[in-house]
Design a binder for this molecule. Structure first.
Ligand code: FAD
Length: 436
Protein backbone atom coordinates (compact mmCIF):
# COMPACT_ATOMS: atom_id res chain seq x y z
CA UNK A 1 0.00 0.00 0.00
CA UNK A 2 1.25 3.49 -0.86
CA UNK A 3 1.65 5.61 2.25
CA UNK A 4 0.81 9.27 2.42
CA UNK A 5 4.42 10.40 2.19
CA UNK A 6 5.28 7.92 -0.60
CA UNK A 7 2.41 9.30 -2.65
CA UNK A 8 3.77 12.82 -2.32
CA UNK A 9 7.39 11.86 -3.00
CA UNK A 10 6.33 10.43 -6.34
CA UNK A 11 3.99 13.30 -7.19
CA UNK A 12 5.55 15.87 -9.51
CA UNK A 13 4.35 19.49 -9.39
CA UNK A 14 5.41 21.97 -12.04
CA UNK A 15 4.87 25.64 -11.13
CA UNK A 16 4.88 28.20 -13.94
CA UNK A 17 6.32 31.53 -12.71
CA UNK A 18 8.87 32.28 -10.01
CA UNK A 19 7.28 35.47 -8.70
CA UNK A 20 6.57 35.90 -4.99
CA UNK A 21 3.65 33.48 -5.11
CA UNK A 22 5.25 30.74 -7.21
CA UNK A 23 8.27 30.67 -4.90
CA UNK A 24 6.13 30.59 -1.74
CA UNK A 25 4.08 27.74 -3.16
CA UNK A 26 7.22 25.82 -4.17
CA UNK A 27 8.77 26.11 -0.70
CA UNK A 28 5.67 24.77 1.06
CA UNK A 29 5.09 21.95 -1.43
CA UNK A 30 8.68 20.80 -0.97
CA UNK A 31 8.14 20.82 2.77
CA UNK A 32 5.27 18.38 2.20
CA UNK A 33 7.60 16.14 0.23
CA UNK A 34 6.47 16.85 -3.35
CA UNK A 35 8.92 17.01 -6.25
CA UNK A 36 8.77 20.61 -7.47
CA UNK A 37 10.14 22.42 -10.52
CA UNK A 38 9.47 26.09 -11.27
CA UNK A 39 9.64 27.33 -14.85
CA UNK A 40 10.52 31.01 -15.22
CA UNK A 41 10.56 32.80 -18.53
CA UNK A 42 13.16 35.44 -17.57
CA UNK A 43 16.83 34.56 -17.50
CA UNK A 44 17.40 36.45 -14.27
CA UNK A 45 15.49 37.10 -11.07
CA UNK A 46 14.07 40.45 -12.22
CA UNK A 47 11.38 42.40 -10.35
CA UNK A 48 9.27 45.30 -11.50
CA UNK A 49 8.43 48.03 -9.02
CA UNK A 50 10.29 48.95 -5.85
CA UNK A 51 8.47 48.83 -2.54
CA UNK A 52 5.78 46.62 -1.16
CA UNK A 53 3.82 46.67 2.11
CA UNK A 54 3.35 43.37 3.87
CA UNK A 55 0.43 43.17 6.27
CA UNK A 56 -0.01 40.65 9.14
CA UNK A 57 -1.87 38.08 7.01
CA UNK A 58 1.09 38.04 4.59
CA UNK A 59 3.70 37.89 7.35
CA UNK A 60 1.92 34.97 9.01
CA UNK A 61 2.55 32.97 5.83
CA UNK A 62 6.17 34.16 5.67
CA UNK A 63 6.61 32.90 9.25
CA UNK A 64 5.29 29.53 8.17
CA UNK A 65 7.73 29.58 5.23
CA UNK A 66 10.59 30.05 7.70
CA UNK A 67 11.77 33.39 6.25
CA UNK A 68 10.21 35.85 8.71
CA UNK A 69 13.44 36.79 10.51
CA UNK A 70 15.25 37.37 7.23
CA UNK A 71 12.39 39.56 5.98
CA UNK A 72 12.31 41.57 9.22
CA UNK A 73 16.06 42.13 9.08
CA UNK A 74 15.78 44.06 5.80
CA UNK A 75 12.40 45.71 6.20
CA UNK A 76 11.09 48.91 7.82
CA UNK A 77 8.51 48.92 10.59
CA UNK A 78 6.14 51.85 9.95
CA UNK A 79 4.44 53.21 13.06
CA UNK A 80 1.19 54.28 11.44
CA UNK A 81 -0.82 54.67 8.26
CA UNK A 82 -1.52 58.39 7.98
CA UNK A 83 -4.19 59.68 5.59
CA UNK A 84 -3.89 63.36 4.56
CA UNK A 85 -6.03 65.87 2.74
CA UNK A 86 -4.21 66.59 -0.51
CA UNK A 87 -4.30 70.42 -0.57
CA UNK A 88 -3.69 71.35 3.07
CA UNK A 89 -1.88 68.24 4.28
CA UNK A 90 -4.32 68.09 7.21
CA UNK A 91 -4.12 64.68 8.87
CA UNK A 92 -7.53 63.06 8.37
CA UNK A 93 -6.80 59.78 10.10
CA UNK A 94 -3.91 58.05 11.86
CA UNK A 95 -4.02 54.29 12.18
CA UNK A 96 -1.60 53.00 14.78
CA UNK A 97 0.31 49.98 13.45
CA UNK A 98 2.30 49.07 16.53
CA UNK A 99 -0.87 48.07 18.41
CA UNK A 100 -1.85 45.97 15.41
CA UNK A 101 1.47 44.15 15.69
CA UNK A 102 0.60 43.04 19.21
CA UNK A 103 -2.94 42.07 18.30
CA UNK A 104 -2.05 40.01 15.24
CA UNK A 105 1.32 38.74 16.41
CA UNK A 106 2.79 40.07 13.18
CA UNK A 107 3.58 43.62 12.09
CA UNK A 108 3.02 45.70 8.97
CA UNK A 109 6.36 46.18 7.20
CA UNK A 110 7.64 47.83 4.04
CA UNK A 111 10.36 46.11 2.05
CA UNK A 112 12.09 46.31 -1.29
CA UNK A 113 10.53 43.74 -3.64
CA UNK A 114 13.90 42.56 -4.93
CA UNK A 115 15.01 41.75 -1.37
CA UNK A 116 11.84 39.83 -0.63
CA UNK A 117 12.10 37.89 -3.86
CA UNK A 118 15.79 37.15 -3.19
CA UNK A 119 14.97 35.74 0.27
CA UNK A 120 12.22 33.49 -1.10
CA UNK A 121 14.40 32.39 -4.00
CA UNK A 122 17.27 31.38 -1.68
CA UNK A 123 14.84 29.49 0.58
CA UNK A 124 13.30 27.66 -2.37
CA UNK A 125 16.71 26.53 -3.61
CA UNK A 126 17.74 25.48 -0.09
CA UNK A 127 14.58 23.35 0.18
CA UNK A 128 15.33 21.54 -3.06
CA UNK A 129 12.99 23.33 -5.48
CA UNK A 130 14.40 23.14 -9.03
CA UNK A 131 14.13 26.51 -10.77
CA UNK A 132 14.67 26.65 -14.53
CA UNK A 133 15.20 30.10 -16.01
CA UNK A 134 14.67 31.19 -19.60
CA UNK A 135 11.87 28.68 -20.23
CA UNK A 136 8.43 29.83 -21.19
CA UNK A 137 5.03 28.32 -21.86
CA UNK A 138 2.51 29.61 -24.37
CA UNK A 139 -1.13 28.64 -24.36
CA UNK A 140 -0.78 26.26 -27.33
CA UNK A 141 1.78 24.30 -25.32
CA UNK A 142 -0.67 23.42 -22.51
CA UNK A 143 -2.40 20.05 -22.74
CA UNK A 144 -5.29 20.32 -20.31
CA UNK A 145 -6.18 16.66 -20.01
CA UNK A 146 -2.71 15.24 -19.71
CA UNK A 147 -0.92 17.74 -17.47
CA UNK A 148 1.60 18.04 -20.27
CA UNK A 149 3.50 21.25 -21.05
CA UNK A 150 5.40 21.81 -24.27
CA UNK A 151 7.99 24.52 -23.75
CA UNK A 152 7.86 27.47 -26.16
CA UNK A 153 10.88 27.83 -28.43
CA UNK A 154 12.89 25.59 -30.73
CA UNK A 155 13.51 22.78 -28.21
CA UNK A 156 9.78 21.92 -27.93
CA UNK A 157 10.72 19.99 -24.79
CA UNK A 158 7.81 18.17 -23.19
CA UNK A 159 7.23 18.20 -19.44
CA UNK A 160 4.88 15.63 -17.87
CA UNK A 161 3.62 16.83 -14.50
CA UNK A 162 1.08 15.33 -12.13
CA UNK A 163 -0.04 18.90 -11.39
CA UNK A 164 0.70 22.23 -13.11
CA UNK A 165 0.28 25.33 -10.93
CA UNK A 166 -0.03 28.58 -12.89
CA UNK A 167 1.65 31.29 -10.79
CA UNK A 168 2.40 33.25 -13.92
CA UNK A 169 0.87 36.58 -12.95
CA UNK A 170 -1.83 38.84 -14.33
CA UNK A 171 -1.34 37.79 -17.98
CA UNK A 172 -1.30 34.11 -17.10
CA UNK A 173 -1.23 31.63 -19.98
CA UNK A 174 -2.27 28.86 -17.59
CA UNK A 175 -5.37 30.89 -16.71
CA UNK A 176 -6.06 31.31 -20.42
CA UNK A 177 -5.75 27.55 -20.96
CA UNK A 178 -8.00 26.74 -18.00
CA UNK A 179 -10.71 29.33 -18.72
CA UNK A 180 -10.54 29.02 -22.52
CA UNK A 181 -9.79 32.69 -23.23
CA UNK A 182 -8.06 35.87 -22.22
CA UNK A 183 -9.85 37.91 -19.53
CA UNK A 184 -11.52 41.12 -20.70
CA UNK A 185 -9.25 44.16 -20.42
CA UNK A 186 -11.04 46.56 -18.06
CA UNK A 187 -8.90 49.67 -17.53
CA UNK A 188 -9.34 51.23 -14.10
CA UNK A 189 -8.85 54.68 -15.60
CA UNK A 190 -5.66 55.19 -13.58
CA UNK A 191 -1.94 54.70 -13.83
CA UNK A 192 0.56 54.52 -11.00
CA UNK A 193 3.65 56.71 -11.38
CA UNK A 194 6.52 55.32 -9.36
CA UNK A 195 9.16 57.76 -8.10
CA UNK A 196 12.17 56.85 -5.99
CA UNK A 197 14.01 59.40 -3.85
CA UNK A 198 17.35 59.02 -2.08
CA UNK A 199 16.62 59.25 1.65
CA UNK A 200 19.81 61.29 2.21
CA UNK A 201 18.29 64.02 0.01
CA UNK A 202 15.15 64.00 2.17
CA UNK A 203 17.19 64.23 5.37
CA UNK A 204 18.83 67.39 3.99
CA UNK A 205 15.38 69.10 3.85
CA UNK A 206 14.28 70.19 7.36
CA UNK A 207 10.56 70.20 6.44
CA UNK A 208 10.73 66.65 5.09
CA UNK A 209 13.12 64.78 7.32
CA UNK A 210 10.30 63.64 9.64
CA UNK A 211 9.32 61.27 6.82
CA UNK A 212 12.51 59.31 7.49
CA UNK A 213 12.94 59.90 11.21
CA UNK A 214 9.41 58.67 12.02
CA UNK A 215 8.69 55.96 9.48
CA UNK A 216 5.03 55.92 8.49
CA UNK A 217 2.97 55.01 5.47
CA UNK A 218 1.62 58.41 4.42
CA UNK A 219 -1.17 58.69 1.86
CA UNK A 220 -2.33 62.00 0.35
CA UNK A 221 -5.95 61.58 -0.83
CA UNK A 222 -6.53 63.69 -3.95
CA UNK A 223 -9.17 64.12 -6.65
CA UNK A 224 -8.86 61.14 -9.01
CA UNK A 225 -5.47 60.24 -7.57
CA UNK A 226 -3.45 59.58 -4.44
CA UNK A 227 0.18 59.48 -3.36
CA UNK A 228 1.35 56.59 -1.16
CA UNK A 229 4.78 57.11 0.40
CA UNK A 230 7.06 55.08 2.66
CA UNK A 231 10.70 54.33 3.34
CA UNK A 232 12.65 51.33 2.09
CA UNK A 233 15.92 51.54 3.99
CA UNK A 234 17.92 54.07 1.98
CA UNK A 235 15.34 54.73 -0.71
CA UNK A 236 12.00 56.47 -0.34
CA UNK A 237 9.13 55.02 -2.37
CA UNK A 238 6.36 57.17 -3.87
CA UNK A 239 3.49 55.46 -5.72
CA UNK A 240 1.38 58.23 -7.25
CA UNK A 241 -1.94 57.04 -8.69
CA UNK A 242 -3.07 59.39 -11.44
CA UNK A 243 -6.01 59.59 -13.87
CA UNK A 244 -5.63 57.89 -17.26
CA UNK A 245 -7.93 57.00 -20.12
CA UNK A 246 -10.40 54.17 -19.38
CA UNK A 247 -10.68 53.39 -23.10
CA UNK A 248 -9.25 49.88 -23.76
CA UNK A 249 -7.68 51.31 -26.96
CA UNK A 250 -5.35 53.38 -24.75
CA UNK A 251 -4.32 50.41 -22.63
CA UNK A 252 -0.63 49.62 -22.29
CA UNK A 253 1.17 46.77 -20.54
CA UNK A 254 4.47 47.06 -18.74
CA UNK A 255 6.24 50.20 -17.56
CA UNK A 256 6.45 53.47 -19.55
CA UNK A 257 8.66 56.46 -18.90
CA UNK A 258 6.73 59.47 -17.56
CA UNK A 259 7.33 63.07 -18.66
CA UNK A 260 8.22 63.92 -15.06
CA UNK A 261 8.37 67.72 -15.49
CA UNK A 262 4.91 67.71 -17.07
CA UNK A 263 3.55 65.46 -14.32
CA UNK A 264 4.85 67.76 -11.58
CA UNK A 265 3.12 70.74 -13.25
CA UNK A 266 -0.20 68.95 -12.62
CA UNK A 267 0.45 69.00 -8.85
CA UNK A 268 0.09 72.78 -8.35
CA UNK A 269 -2.88 72.32 -5.98
CA UNK A 270 -1.22 69.62 -3.80
CA UNK A 271 0.40 70.29 -0.43
CA UNK A 272 3.76 72.12 -0.68
CA UNK A 273 5.57 69.39 1.35
CA UNK A 274 4.54 66.76 -1.16
CA UNK A 275 5.62 68.97 -4.05
CA UNK A 276 8.98 69.58 -2.36
CA UNK A 277 9.37 65.81 -1.98
CA UNK A 278 8.56 65.31 -5.66
CA UNK A 279 11.27 67.83 -6.60
CA UNK A 280 13.82 65.38 -5.16
CA UNK A 281 12.83 62.63 -7.58
CA UNK A 282 14.75 62.37 -10.84
CA UNK A 283 12.26 60.53 -13.00
CA UNK A 284 9.20 58.30 -12.93
CA UNK A 285 7.90 55.11 -14.52
CA UNK A 286 4.21 54.37 -14.89
CA UNK A 287 2.10 51.20 -14.97
CA UNK A 288 -1.51 50.96 -15.97
CA UNK A 289 -4.11 49.57 -13.57
CA UNK A 290 -6.76 47.08 -14.63
CA UNK A 291 -9.88 46.03 -12.80
CA UNK A 292 -10.64 42.42 -12.05
CA UNK A 293 -14.32 41.58 -11.68
CA UNK A 294 -13.69 38.92 -9.01
CA UNK A 295 -14.36 35.45 -10.40
CA UNK A 296 -17.73 33.83 -9.80
CA UNK A 297 -18.76 30.17 -9.96
CA UNK A 298 -18.57 30.19 -13.75
CA UNK A 299 -14.85 30.98 -14.07
CA UNK A 300 -12.78 27.88 -13.36
CA UNK A 301 -9.46 28.07 -11.52
CA UNK A 302 -8.75 24.44 -12.32
CA UNK A 303 -9.35 22.10 -15.24
CA UNK A 304 -11.81 19.18 -14.90
CA UNK A 305 -9.06 16.56 -14.90
CA UNK A 306 -7.51 18.17 -11.81
CA UNK A 307 -4.12 18.58 -13.42
CA UNK A 308 -3.94 22.37 -13.64
CA UNK A 309 -4.81 25.22 -11.31
CA UNK A 310 -3.96 28.89 -10.88
CA UNK A 311 -2.77 30.90 -7.90
CA UNK A 312 -1.76 34.50 -7.06
CA UNK A 313 -2.33 37.28 -9.59
CA UNK A 314 -3.06 34.63 -12.22
CA UNK A 315 -6.25 33.87 -10.30
CA UNK A 316 -7.16 36.97 -8.30
CA UNK A 317 -5.37 40.15 -9.32
CA UNK A 318 -6.51 43.00 -7.10
CA UNK A 319 -6.05 46.78 -7.27
CA UNK A 320 -3.34 47.77 -4.80
CA UNK A 321 -5.31 50.25 -2.65
CA UNK A 322 -5.42 47.89 0.35
CA UNK A 323 -1.87 46.57 -0.33
CA UNK A 324 -3.20 43.01 -0.47
CA UNK A 325 -2.20 41.51 -3.85
CA UNK A 326 0.87 39.62 -2.69
CA UNK A 327 -0.73 38.95 0.71
CA UNK A 328 -3.68 37.18 -0.93
CA UNK A 329 -1.25 35.35 -3.21
CA UNK A 330 0.74 34.10 -0.20
CA UNK A 331 -2.49 33.00 1.49
CA UNK A 332 -3.59 31.11 -1.65
CA UNK A 333 -0.18 29.47 -2.05
CA UNK A 334 -0.29 28.41 1.60
CA UNK A 335 -3.82 27.00 1.41
CA UNK A 336 -3.12 25.14 -1.82
CA UNK A 337 0.13 23.64 -0.53
CA UNK A 338 -1.24 22.66 2.89
CA UNK A 339 -4.34 21.07 1.34
CA UNK A 340 -2.19 19.14 -1.13
CA UNK A 341 -0.02 18.08 1.78
CA UNK A 342 -2.99 16.11 3.16
CA UNK A 343 -3.68 14.11 0.02
CA UNK A 344 -3.01 10.39 -0.41
CA UNK A 345 -4.37 9.74 -3.90
CA UNK A 346 -4.98 11.41 -7.26
CA UNK A 347 -8.73 11.54 -6.53
CA UNK A 348 -8.00 13.45 -3.34
CA UNK A 349 -5.81 15.89 -5.29
CA UNK A 350 -8.78 16.60 -7.56
CA UNK A 351 -11.04 17.12 -4.53
CA UNK A 352 -8.42 19.27 -2.82
CA UNK A 353 -8.32 21.63 -5.82
CA UNK A 354 -12.10 22.01 -5.57
CA UNK A 355 -11.82 22.86 -1.88
CA UNK A 356 -9.02 25.35 -2.65
CA UNK A 357 -11.06 27.06 -5.36
CA UNK A 358 -14.17 27.37 -3.19
CA UNK A 359 -12.23 28.74 -0.26
CA UNK A 360 -10.23 31.29 -2.18
CA UNK A 361 -12.80 32.72 -4.57
CA UNK A 362 -15.00 33.95 -1.78
CA UNK A 363 -12.29 35.69 0.23
CA UNK A 364 -10.34 37.14 -2.67
CA UNK A 365 -13.58 38.39 -4.27
CA UNK A 366 -14.35 40.42 -1.13
CA UNK A 367 -10.90 42.02 -1.16
CA UNK A 368 -11.12 42.78 -4.90
CA UNK A 369 -14.36 44.70 -4.30
CA UNK A 370 -13.13 46.41 -1.11
CA UNK A 371 -10.01 47.63 -2.95
CA UNK A 372 -12.07 49.10 -5.77
CA UNK A 373 -14.36 50.80 -3.27
CA UNK A 374 -11.33 52.21 -1.44
CA UNK A 375 -10.12 53.90 -4.61
CA UNK A 376 -13.55 55.51 -5.08
CA UNK A 377 -13.62 56.79 -1.50
CA UNK A 378 -10.02 57.92 -1.32
CA UNK A 379 -9.97 59.67 -4.68
CA UNK A 380 -13.22 61.68 -4.50
CA UNK A 381 -13.22 65.02 -6.36
CA UNK A 382 -13.59 68.26 -4.40
CA UNK A 383 -17.22 68.70 -3.37
CA UNK A 384 -19.82 67.66 -0.79
CA UNK A 385 -19.04 63.92 -0.90
CA UNK A 386 -15.39 64.54 -0.19
CA UNK A 387 -16.32 66.99 2.60
CA UNK A 388 -18.56 64.34 4.17
CA UNK A 389 -15.82 61.71 3.87
CA UNK A 390 -13.32 64.00 5.56
CA UNK A 391 -15.83 64.77 8.31
CA UNK A 392 -16.24 61.03 8.95
CA UNK A 393 -12.48 60.57 9.04
CA UNK A 394 -12.06 63.38 11.51
CA UNK A 395 -15.05 62.85 13.79
CA UNK A 396 -16.12 59.22 13.79
CA UNK A 397 -14.72 56.22 15.59
CA UNK A 398 -13.76 53.58 12.99
CA UNK A 399 -16.50 50.99 12.60
CA UNK A 400 -18.31 49.17 9.79
CA UNK A 401 -18.51 51.47 6.77
CA UNK A 402 -15.65 53.74 7.89
CA UNK A 403 -13.92 55.13 4.78
CA UNK A 404 -10.61 53.44 5.71
CA UNK A 405 -11.43 49.71 5.61
CA UNK A 406 -8.09 48.85 7.20
CA UNK A 407 -9.14 50.82 10.29
CA UNK A 408 -12.63 49.27 10.49
CA UNK A 409 -12.09 46.78 13.34
CA UNK A 410 -14.39 44.13 11.83
CA UNK A 411 -12.90 44.23 8.34
CA UNK A 412 -9.37 44.44 9.69
CA UNK A 413 -9.88 41.45 11.95
CA UNK A 414 -11.25 39.45 9.01
CA UNK A 415 -8.39 40.58 6.75
CA UNK A 416 -5.33 40.65 9.00
CA UNK A 417 -6.41 37.95 11.44
CA UNK A 418 -6.62 35.29 8.73
CA UNK A 419 -4.43 32.23 9.25
CA UNK A 420 -4.10 30.47 5.90
CA UNK A 421 -2.57 27.27 7.26
CA UNK A 422 -5.30 26.92 9.89
CA UNK A 423 -7.99 27.63 7.27
CA UNK A 424 -6.58 24.82 5.09
CA UNK A 425 -6.65 22.44 8.07
CA UNK A 426 -10.27 23.31 8.91
CA UNK A 427 -11.39 22.98 5.28
CA UNK A 428 -9.73 19.57 5.01
CA UNK A 429 -11.39 18.39 8.21
CA UNK A 430 -14.79 19.44 6.79
CA UNK A 431 -13.99 17.61 3.55
CA UNK A 432 -13.15 14.42 5.45
CA UNK A 433 -16.30 14.66 7.55
CA UNK A 434 -18.41 14.99 4.40
CA UNK A 435 -16.80 11.84 2.99
CA UNK A 436 -17.73 9.74 5.98
C1 FAD B 1 1.60 49.50 -7.89
C2 FAD B 1 1.41 48.22 -7.15
C3 FAD B 1 1.60 48.20 -5.78
C4 FAD B 1 1.41 47.02 -5.06
N1 FAD B 1 1.60 47.03 -3.72
C5 FAD B 1 1.37 45.91 -3.01
C6 FAD B 1 1.56 45.91 -1.59
O1 FAD B 1 1.94 46.93 -1.00
N2 FAD B 1 1.31 44.75 -0.90
C7 FAD B 1 0.87 43.60 -1.53
O2 FAD B 1 0.64 42.58 -0.85
N3 FAD B 1 0.72 43.58 -2.88
C8 FAD B 1 0.96 44.68 -3.63
N4 FAD B 1 0.82 44.67 -4.99
C9 FAD B 1 0.41 43.40 -5.65
C10 FAD B 1 1.59 42.44 -5.83
O3 FAD B 1 2.68 43.08 -6.44
C11 FAD B 1 1.16 41.26 -6.69
O4 FAD B 1 -0.08 40.78 -6.25
C12 FAD B 1 2.17 40.11 -6.60
O5 FAD B 1 3.45 40.55 -6.97
C13 FAD B 1 1.72 38.97 -7.51
O6 FAD B 1 2.68 37.94 -7.47
P1 FAD B 1 2.57 36.69 -8.45
O7 FAD B 1 3.73 35.83 -8.10
O8 FAD B 1 1.20 36.12 -8.41
O9 FAD B 1 2.72 37.29 -9.92
P2 FAD B 1 3.98 38.00 -10.60
O10 FAD B 1 4.74 38.79 -9.63
O11 FAD B 1 3.44 38.70 -11.79
O12 FAD B 1 4.91 36.77 -11.05
C14 FAD B 1 4.61 35.99 -12.18
C15 FAD B 1 5.91 35.36 -12.68
O13 FAD B 1 5.61 34.47 -13.74
C16 FAD B 1 6.52 34.68 -14.81
N5 FAD B 1 5.83 34.28 -16.03
C17 FAD B 1 4.77 34.93 -16.62
N6 FAD B 1 4.37 34.26 -17.72
C18 FAD B 1 5.18 33.18 -17.83
C19 FAD B 1 5.25 32.11 -18.78
N7 FAD B 1 4.40 32.03 -19.80
N8 FAD B 1 6.21 31.16 -18.63
C20 FAD B 1 7.07 31.23 -17.55
N9 FAD B 1 7.05 32.23 -16.64
C21 FAD B 1 6.11 33.19 -16.77
C22 FAD B 1 6.82 36.17 -14.74
O14 FAD B 1 8.05 36.45 -15.39
C23 FAD B 1 6.89 36.38 -13.24
O15 FAD B 1 8.16 36.11 -12.73
C24 FAD B 1 1.01 45.82 -5.74
C25 FAD B 1 0.83 45.85 -7.12
C26 FAD B 1 1.03 47.01 -7.83
C27 FAD B 1 0.83 47.01 -9.31
Amino acid sequence: MTTNSEFRTNFYVCIVGSGLVGLACGILLRRHGFKVTILQKDLTLGTLGAGIQLHPNALRVLKDLGVYDKVRAVSILPQAIILKEYKTGQVLHTQDLLQATEKYDAPVVTIHRARLLGILYAEAIARGVVIRHGVSIDVAGVDLAGGVLRLAGPSEEIIHADLVVGADGANSVIREAVTGGKPAVVPHGKVVNRILVDEAAIMARPRLRHLIERPNIVVWLGPGGQAVTYGLDGTFNIAFTWPWSADPKDAFFGPQKVDFEEFKKGLAAWEPDLRELMELGGDALRWMFFEHPGDGEETPWLDPSGRLCIVGDAAHQVLPYLAQGAALGFESASILAHLLGKTESEQQVRDCLDVYQRLRKERTGHVVRASLKTSRLWQLPDGPLKDERDREFLNEVPSAGYPNFLADPFFREWLWGFDAKAAAGEAWARYEQERV
